[in-house]
Design a protein around this ligand. Structure first.
Ligand code: TXA
Ligand code: MG
Length: 331
């Protein structure tokens, strides 16, 4: 199944082992666009994590996404678009939003804005809210698909609800490939953590989810960011336990106890139960490795997964946010 890029259910498409993952395969792209137009789902590579994508304006397609993920339907989906112009057709873009789009799009930044076109992004995709989360991904395959499709594409991370987001093609297909009519192999995700989510509604801008576009980068452009509101309607998705492996997670560990797997950060003694997020203590490398290594550690069936302390600066804020959620602490 994983070798069949055009159709994860093993259809009539030939696998293309001659092509490097992430390169533009016109036939696979066409099949993916056709699937979206037919209301079917697509495994979509982005620079952050893999998504399970469907036409945001097609409520039946969106329902299929929720069903495949086993996701509570009150948690709204991000509408993916090719560029800022397309975003302006579905959302109300103010000066702050425009400045952030100019600086960080295409890229790992999602903006929550008042919705403009409620047909292009169905009620179900917005979970009934009068706002919409928009993002233009930087991955060339995602961009090519969105440009060819033209409309908004709803795409949550391709994991089943409550599990770590998939950062490789194989993990994405294993999680929700059963529900997809087409799948694009974009190689391993360069960022490895879901996009930063910033809400720009009335009142102060708020950081709903830290990510690779950092708090400091955003504040340099639009001023101080407030925290997410307790109001679940304004900050959905902050309530559930997320990104959880099966084994318990122990944070800020100096070393593993017997039976534990260990996610190290910086120089550490090698052992069969140790995986190193970044031997050189590089936050970008650690972010890119985080979810795949949580999965690999979990597969060792340890008593727990011990994780070394990660500095809370820059990208470290996003890494620690995901680790606290993996450990069961609500954000
Ligand atoms: O990097 C990413 O953002 C990936 C890739 C595939 O683009 N997508 C992703 O989607 O992480 P998802 O559905 O797993 O996370 C979307 C987050 C959720 O926490 C959701 O609650 C929030 O964005 N969100 C979506 N629409 C919102 C809205 N209208 N208001 C507030 N939060 C919203
Ligand atoms: Mg997710």
């Amino acid at each position: 199944m994983a070798g069949d890029r055009g159709d994860p259910r093993g259809g009539d498409r030939e696998p293309r082992p001659d092509r490097a993952p992430g390169s533009l395969d016109g036939a696979a792209l066409e099949a993916a666009v056709a699937a979206l137009r037919a209301g079917q789902l697509v495994i979509l590579p982005t620079e952050t994590v893999y998504g399970l994508a469907g036409d945001a304006g097609d409520a039946a397609a969106v329902a299929r996404i929720y069903e495949a993920k086993g996701r509570p339907s009150f948690n709204p989906l991000i509408a993916h678009v090719a560029d800022a112009e397309a975003a302006g057709r579905i959302a109300v873009v103010d000066d702050r939003a425009r400045a952030l789009m100019q600086a960080f799009w295409p890229g790992p930044l999602t903006l929550v804005l008042p919705v403009r076109d409620t047909a292009a992004v169905s009620d179900l995709a917005r979970a009934g809210l009068d706002t919409v989360a928009v993002r233009a991904p930087a991955h060339p395959l995602a961009h090519a698909l969105l440009a060819a499709f033209g409309g908004a594409v709803a795409a949550p991370s391709a994991n089943r609800s409550g599990r770590p987001s998939p950062t490789t093609y194989a993990d994405a297909v294993a999680e929700t490939g059963f529900a997809a009519a087409a799948a694009l192999d974009g190689g391993p995700c360069a960022v490895g953590l879901e996009s930063t989510v910033v809400s720009l509604l009335d009142g102060p801008a708020r950081l709903l989810r830290p990510g690779a576009v950092t708090r400091a980068q955003i504040e340099a452009l639009i001023g101080p960011l407030a925290e997410a509101e307790a109001d679940a309607k304004r900050s959905p998705g902050r309530l559930a336990r997320h990104y959880a492996p099966a084994a318990p997670v122990r944070l800020d560990a100096m070393a593993p106890e017997p039976g534990e797997a260990f996610l190290a950060f910086g120089p550490a003694p090698a052992s069969p139960m140790t995986l190193n997020l970044s031997p050189s203590a590089d936050l970008r490398e650690a972010a890119a490795n985080l979810f795949a290594m949580l999965r690999r550690a979990d597969a060792l069936k340890p008593t727990a997964i011990a994780v070394a302390a990660i500095p809370d600066t820059g990208l470290g804020e996003a890494i620690n946010d995901r680790l606290r959620r993996a450990a069961g602490f609500v954000g």
